[in-house]
Ligand binder design. Structure first.
Ligand SMILES: NC(=O)c1ccc[n+]([C@@H]2O[C@H](COP(=O)([O-])OP(=O)(O)OC[C@H]3O[C@@H](n4cnc5c(N)ncnc54)[C@H](OP(=O)(O)O)[C@@H]3O)[C@@H](O)[C@H]2O)c1
Length: 312
């Protein structure tokens, strides 16, 4: 047994693999719980929170390097981190995460970042794949917020941040479930923000645009000219700016002029122009590759949902 385990004993979780440490100290800095924290925007959120001294509970799929990310953040920023590897689309996973967090830590920040999406003809996508979009983007976001709210309310000030997308402002052919799921996150967050006014819990939603969260996006942007590069954000910059606005309790966060212009077009262009424009862009993308994934443009082959589902 290592000395740290004496003070922070390790527990084995029956389903979710975790390095749980028991640290219910009254004066301890409360934790931030972040889903999808092993890579991309979620990892950038984790690093930015840690840079500001926040202890962290990190959640992501098993076998994707979350323990290493967690350890690296703890040693680089001198904060406490704990992790749980679990598939949030599984039946009891969200309850497990919530129980693990609430039984062992004080949590005053929840970031619902994990999300998946894709581009595919509706009748060619398997329903298992479409259902995963619902289970992760809609169910896990709503349920985790629901389950964590009592704990969040015990703090003088607490925050919920959920990650939606600019594409939530418009339906699009060949995307169907993804923008619908992100519209849910947008409307859910706005409603809850209104409902919790006057409590200590503020609710924000990030309407994210294209971010360089994986190498395929970066590669693609190289060939797409200045406009794409103008809109594209690095996840680190997106995380920093988003957290700044979240702590200012901004209900809807849109980053950068490019995304603000896209948002205005998506919201105010007449339906028939907007839908056909967006759907043409998506169709072009679809025709280039037989199967591409990436809600707002980053491309990746859609994995077999039975084995692996990934955002973008
Ligand atoms: N990238 C963009 O351009 C863009 C644009 C608009 C909105 N967004 C939104 O931003 C958020 C983050 O996107 P990203 O590009 O950073 O994605 P990413 O690089 O694919 O990362 C997604 C994260 O979610 C985790 N995750 C995926 N499925 C999960 C599941 N079933 N259970 C638990 N964790 C799961 C992944 O874990 P593993 O690493 O273990 O797989 C990973 O940590 C998503 O909600 C996405 O919809 C992204």
């Amino acid at each position: 047994m290592e000395w740290s385990e004496f003070f922070f004993p390790l527990h084995h979780n029956p389903k979710g693999n975790t390095n749980q440490i028991t640290t219910m100290y009254p004066n301890e800095v409360p934790y931030g719980l972040i889903t999808g924290a092993s890579t991309g925007l979620g990892k950038a959120f984790a690093e930015e929170c840690a840079r500001n001294g926040k202890n962290l509970l990190l959640v992501a799929l098993p076998g994707e390097g979350l323990p290493e990310v967690s350890a690296a953040i703890a040693s680089r920023f001198g904060v406490k981190t704990a992790w749980m590897e679990i598939d949030l689309t599984e039946e009891n996973a969200v309850h497990e995460v919530s129980a693990w967090a609430q039984e062992n830590y004080r949590v005053d920040l929840l970031i619902n970042n994990a999300g998946i999406g894709g581009t595919k003809a509706f009748d060619q996508a398997s329903f298992t794949y479409l259902d995963k979009i619902l289970k992760l983007n809609v169910r896990a976001t709503g349920l985790l917020t629901y389950l964590m709210l009592p704990e969040l309310k015990t703090h003088q000030e607490a925050h919920v941040l959920s990650v939606s997308s600019i594409i939530a402002f418009s339906a699009a052919a060949y995307k169907t479930f993804y923008p619908a799921s992100k519209a849910f996150i947008h409307n859910f967050s706005r409603g809850l923000h209104e409902e919790l006014k006057g409590t200590g819990v503020s609710v924000s939603v990030l309407m994210a645009g294209v971010m360089a969260t994986n190498p395929s996006v970066v590669e693609r942007m190289k060939h797409q000219g200045w406009m794409a590069r103008f809109i594209l954000l690095q996840p680190e910059e997106a995380a920093r700016k988003t957290l700044h606005q979240m702590y200012r309790k901004k209900p809807v966060i849109v980053l950068g002029i490019g995304n603000k212009v896209s948002q205005l077009l998506a919201r105010y262009l007449p339906d028939k122009y907007r839908m056909s424009l967006l759907s043409r862009i998506v169709l072009r993308e679809l025709n280039k590759d037989q199967e591409v994934i990436g809600a707002d443009s980053p491309k990746m082959v859609i994995p077999d949902p039975a084995t692996r589902t990934r955002s973008f």
